[in-house]
Write a protein that binds this ligand. Structure first.
Ligand SMILES: NC(=O)c1ccc[n+]([C@@H]2O[C@H](COP(=O)([O-])OP(=O)(O)OC[C@H]3O[C@@H](n4cnc5c(N)ncnc54)[C@H](OP(=O)(O)O)[C@@H]3O)[C@@H](O)[C@H]2O)c1
Length: 233
């Protein structure tokens, strides 16, 4: 079954990579459900998407709270009746030597980056399997495939979702429901606002949004596993 005008659900759509994926895909006339906690920024993204030819609605709330997930899927059901593409992208990162990271930072990262991904995947999969079509994309990281000093907990969350998606791909064998990750190196987004880092050598959010497009637009005969995208500068 082809699904040319898709319903694309994006968590972490108020900023950075999630926002840019919506803007990249909007001219194709898809429908979008944009999720985040910051209503004002989500409304700005919705206006941009609508102006570019998409049709957007917003869902406000913390992705790690299952009452929000329930509310969001009820709204998606009423508005659009299905999810064609789920982009589980919302994430936070705290960096430093392991002994200096706090328990609060541990909880926040695992709640957002792992529990938040699990909750949205769990809710999207039954409808996708029933319709035997759908694409899941999780924003992992190069740190979902490798490790680095000062990134122990963040890398642990990204390895966790990497394993989640690879196991899910095994479960989805023989169906037309696909799951993939995007694994970027550093991307110049508001993620780095207020941090003393050189952003000039980073990927742009547009570079990464184009990798999402490659997965979303892949042929029915293709099933991309992950896209590992690093800066070329
Ligand atoms: N930037 C990089 O270098 C880089 C590299 C590799 C991977 N990534 C991954 O890419 C993803 C997006 O990052 P970004 O660079 O676009 O950063 P960003 O500009 O800071 O955006 C993060 C997004 O996540 C949302 N978010 C965070 N916590 C949330 C929560 N508890 N509930 C709902 N939404 C939440 C934020 O929305 P609200 O504030 O509105 O809630 C925002 O829309 C993350 O998963 C990150 O780990 C980033």
């Amino acid at each position: 079954m082809t699904d040319d005008k898709k319903v694309i659900v994006i968590t972490g759509a108020s900023s950075g990579i999630g926002r840019q994926v919506a803007i990249e895909m909007a001219p194709d006339g898809h429908s979008f459900y944009l999720i985040g906690r910051n209503e004002e920024r989500l409304r700005e993204v919705k206006t941009a998407v609508d102006d570019l030819g998409g049709k957007a609605a917003i869902g406000i709330g913390d992705v790690s709270d299952e009452t929000n997930v329930e509310k969001h899927f009820n709204q998606i059901d009423k508005l659009f009746g299905r999810v064609s593409v789920l982009i589980a992208n919302a994430g936070v990162g705290y960096f430093g030597n392991l002994e200096d990271l706090t328990i609060e930072q541990f909880d926040k990262q695992f709640d957002t980056n792992v529990r938040g991904v699990f909750l949205y995947l769990k809710k999207a999969l039954p409808g996708m399997k029933e319709r035997n079509t759908g694409q899941i994309i999780v924003t992992s990281s190069n740190l979902g495939l490798e490790t680095s000093a000062r990134a122990s907990l963040y890398a642990a969350t990204k390895h966790a979702v990497q394993a989640m998606v690879w196991s899910l791909r095994e479960e989805l064998k023989g169906t037309n429901v696909k799951a993939a990750t995007i694994n970027p190196g550093s991307v110049s987004t508001p993620w780095f606002d207020g941090k003393d880092v050189d952003r000039s050598k980073m990927l742009t959010a547009t570079d990464v949004a184009k990798a999402f497009r490659t997965i979303i637009d892949q042929a029915e005969t293709s099933n991309i596993d992950h896209i590992h995208i690093m800066p070329n500068r």
